[in-house]
Design a protein around this ligand. Structure first.
Ligand code: NAD
Ligand code: DAU
Length: 354
């Protein structure tokens, strides 16, 4: 273990974005030892990391970030230099059904992780870093114009975004009060492989494939700013290594789309790939009851990250969406595994009433 230049705990590494971050760090930095700490909730899946699980610089540890004893034991065992914190409850619709589980993991879990990091690092902060992965949803909702910058005031409007905003405040409070070396980033909507099919893009792909209704909330006019998940992982890598301690960075692709336009685009890509007549899949679209408190528009200004650290997105949305559809069509077993059991229960509860 002493042979490694850094020992890094990545929380939530079995989830969608976390698995892409783990893969990038394990493959790009053989000199780092990466420990993936994940509770394996419904959203965590070790199948996401089959290709790196045997790597000699990688280890998985099943643990809940709220388990103070368990996480302390991992700090004792590995003597981490860095934490990249992604573990969270991440789905807005679930936060409306069960807000307190979001408070527990996202607020209390993050505070507990900060506390343990401080305990282990406070005598020598040199070379230590707590990197908190957050979301653009903390900034609230935009009208037709404007962008979220790093100076936009927080205005969270769902239990999910309120819990992430709270965790962001704790991260900065630990920096200002105790000098804990922290960095934070706030990213827009990600898409790509291994995305759990409760979120818009993978849910629509799965439903189109299975000829099921495509539930578009409200009129489908809400706008999200989409980023290829590996571009987010690259941004985290850049900020982890080159970012300024105590600072925060917005991450986004300058890539705004109305939900309904994405659904039509997916229908047309999939008509093509599944050998259906043009327009066939879009007949499945159903406009359903809107999400309560549905934020109208998110748009990230990622100029700071580009200018100061040189990061930029690599992929055009249409190309990325096509690659994403291909991945889901080629990985039917993965989809089958994650949509069995509890997924059906959630799906019925979320969509039956609509
Ligand atoms: P996800 O739901 O796919 O994965 C979350 C992971 O965290 C899962 O592996 C789960 O098992 C694990 N986890 C949950 N509770 C835990 C606990 N108490 N202890 C340990 N592990 C636990 O989420 P995601 O979409 O990959 O998001 C990852 C992070 O990035 C989150 O912090 C989220 O707020 C943030 N984020 C997501 C997006 C997006 O578009 N998905 C955009 C910006 C920021
Ligand atoms: O902006 C970053 C955030 O993006 C992340 O912090 C969250 O973890 C992530 O889940 C995502 O939140 P959204 O609420 O934007 O993503 P979701 O895929 O749930 O929804 C995208 C849009 O599509 C939103 O306007 C709601 C709409 N939608 C979603 C679902 C699941 C539908 O119209 N129908 C649906 O069935």
């Amino acid at each position: 273990m002493t042979d490694f230049a850094k020992k890094i705990m990545i929380t939530g590494g079995a989830g969608f974005i976390g698995s892409h971050v783990v893969r990038l760090f394990v493959q790009k930095y053989p000199q780092y030892f990466v420990v993936n700490v994940d509770a394996l909730t419904y959203a965590g899946n070790l199948e996401n990391l089959r290709d790196v699980e045997m790597a000699s610089n990688y280890k998985f540890e099943k643990a809940d970030i709220n388990d103070e004893k368990g996480i302390t034991a991992l700090f004792e065992k590995y003597r981490f230099d860095g934490v990249i914190h992604l573990a969270a409850e991440s789905h807005v619709d679930r936060s409306i059904i069960d807000p307190l589980s979001f408070v527990k993991t996202n607020v209390l879990g993050t505070a507990s992780l900060l506390n343990i990091s401080l305990k282990f690092w406070k005598n020598n902060f040199d070379g230590k870093l707590f990197y908190h992965v957050s979301t653009d949803e903390v900034y609230g909702s935009l009208g037709a114009d404007g962008f979220f910058t790093e100076h936009t005031a927080y205005d969270p409007r769902s239990p999910y975004s309120a819990s992430k905003a709270s965790s962001d405040h704790f991260v900065m409070a630990y920096h200002h009060t105790y000098n804990l070396p922290v960095i934070m980033s706030n990213c827009s909507n990600n898409y790509g492989s291994h995305h759990f099919p409760e979120k818009l893009i993978p849910l629509m792909i799965n439903n189109i494939k299975n000829n099921k209704p495509l539930p578009v909330y409200g009129k489908g006019e809400n706008v999200r700013d989409w980023l290829w998940v590996d571009d987010h992982a690259r941004a985290i890598d850049t900020i982890f290594h080159k970012g300024k301690i105590g600072d925060k960075y917005n991450i986004g692709g300058f890539n705004e789309w109305k939900n309904i336009d994405i659904v039509y685009l997916l229908c047309s890509i999939m008509d093509n790939k599944l050998g259906r007549n043009a327009g066939e899949s879009s007949k499945l679209i159903e406009f359903v009851k809107d999400r309560p408190g549905h934020d109208l528009r998110y748009a990230i200004d990622a100029t700071k990250l580009h200018k100061e650290l040189g990061w930029e997105p690599s992929l055009q949305f249409e190309e990325g969406l096509e690659k994403t559809v291909d991945w889901y069509l080629q990985n039917e077993d993965w989809v089958k595994h994650v949509t069995s059991g509890d997924y059906q229960k959630y799906y019925n509860q979320q969509y039956a009433k609509k």
